[in-house]
Design a protein around this ligand. Structure first.
Ligand code: NAD
Length: 424
């Protein structure tokens, strides 16, 4: 392949079709590769060009449904977009274990976001704080003028918090503008408000303002969800004990806690993508919350009830919306929200927390019982059997033998097939 010069002047000014043509020439693309680029799925080129910059095409991923979820006494089919096998099956399974005991119970949560305003070079911190507090009403009014729609619906800025932090550039005052963003994720809403109130804050504090931006540590939007997972359906006392051991491991060890939380995010991020929400905001908030105590911790906790069942609880900040951002622009996100049938952002957050908990229990169960690799291997072994040329009616038999022997390899699949054929 010829060497590429990545400095392409005016690339951003080209149309999608022109960018595709340029790539075709640069990379000498084959007919089928050009067709891949041209297939924009359910988008028009104009739509795609307004979503991000320098668009060259559209990227597809599978969307599936997790079944068996009952959350706050309502049944849900959960749309999930993910590239990893086993995740949706695992969530559905785990939801079944909880369903026997009434499903998931998620607490109420307000859609409150924090916008941070950074004030530097404040000469008199005490007086600045007093001034800001005494002009709070004015600051909030100015913030709320920015979003009459939100205000009319009952949301908007309702309070400020003032924090003093020590930095290498001296002390700073950080104002948190608290905004009820109702059904939105809220980043744009609160950023606009913070920008609008900054001149006032600068005037009252007599400092210099630099950053005015949402905090993705959406601590006021922390959702709790809990469920009882049936001991027998999980696989018995030993599996429950294994899960408790896995939990203690995660509590004590950040290396394990990271993977523990990754399992939770498998579920939550799949739903986040499906509903057109911002995955980075959710990930950043979750991991910051996990580390808030000073040590990175699991986002779930577990205990065993008097009947030996596993009781799990998740606690996670979730800034998810059903309005704004991509939620209403992306056709599949709109459909996913229709399937999910949630009436507001609060309900979406309650569902997402439950999905995270279910996903976590499924992963811990797999690890604590058969070992997650074996679960993956069961699926993988069928593909290997196919690759080895095993006829359809023998795939299951060969795949099982591959897993049992712990030798999921094409050469061994061929050997098994030969032996079966010799016997018949
Ligand atoms: P938005 O600005 O697209 O829409 C929100 C607006 O919808 C509100 O201002 C309100 O006027 C209107 N609205 C109508 N009905 C409403 C209701 N029932 N509840 C709430 N609002 C209602 O969306 P947003 O949620 O403010 O911003 C989300 C986008 O911001 C995402 O795409 C995200 O990726 C992006 N973003 C994120 C960050 C970050 O996370 N750090 C920073 C900047 C931008």
């Amino acid at each position: 392949m010829k060497e590429i010069n990545s400095k392409i002047s005016g690339f951003y000014k080209l149309s999608i079709e022109e960018r595709q043509k340029l790539l075709t020439e640069l990379y000498d693309l084959k007919k089928e590769e050009q067709e891949l680029l041209k297939n924009l799925g359910y988008f028009t080129s104009t739509q795609l060009d307004t979503i991000i910059e320098n668009v060259i095409g559209s990227y597809n991923l599978p969307i599936g449904i997790a079944c068996n979820f009952k959350i706050n006494n309502k049944d849900y089919l959960i749309p999930m977009v993910i590239e990893e096998p086993s995740v949706i099956a695992a969530a559905s399974n785990s939801a079944k274990f909880a369903r026997k005991h009434g499903g998931f119970f998620s607490d109420k949560v307000k859609s409150v976001m924090i916008s941070q305003i950074q004030i530097t070079q404040v000469k008199d911190l005490k007086s600045a704080k007093e001034q800001l507090i005494s002009h709070k009403k004015e600051i909030l009014e100015r913030a709320n003028e920015q979003d009459p729609v939100l205000n009319k619906l009952g949301g908007g800025a309702f309070d400020i918090e003032i924090r003093e932090i020590s930095t290498r550039k001296g002390k700073m005052l950080i104002v948190h503008l608290l905004v009820d963003v109702l059904d939105a994720m809220g980043a744009n809403v609160v950023n606009t408000m913070a920008e609008a109130v900054s001149p006032y804050i600068e005037k009252f504090s007599k400092g210099i303002i630099y950053l005015r931006i949402v905090s993705n540590l959406a601590i006021h939007r922390t959702v709790k969800s809990r469920a009882t997972f049936d001991k027998e359906l999980l696989g018995g006392e030993e599996v429950v004990e294994g899960i408790m051991n896995a939990y203690e491991f995660a509590l004590a060890d950040p290396y394990r806690a990271t993977t523990h939380n990754k399992g939770i995010m498998n579920g939550i991020i799949s739903l986040t993508i499906a509903t057109g929400n911002d995955t980075r905001a959710i990930e950043a908030g979750a991991h910051a919350y996990a580390a808030l105590s000073g040590q990175y911790k699991p986002l779930t906790k577990f205990e065993i009830d008097s009947n030996g069942n596993l009781v799990g609880e998740i606690e996670i900040p979730l800034a998810l919306g059903i309005i704004g951002g991509m939620t209403k622009i992306h056709p599949m996100a709109r459909l996913a929200l229709k399937i999910l049938n949630v009436k507001n952002a609060e309900e979406l957050c309650q569902v997402a927390a439950a999905v995270g908990l279910a996903q976590n229990v499924a992963a811990l169960r797999a690890l604590a019982s058969e070992g997650i690799q074996k679960g993956h291997m069961a699926l993988h072994s069928k593909n290997i059997a196919k690759l080895a040329g095993v006829p359809d009616d023998l795939i299951d038999e060969v795949a099982k033998k591959l897993v049992d022997a712990n030798k999921v390899r094409v050469d061994y699949a061929k050997e098994i097939l030969e032996n079966i054929l010799k016997k018949t």
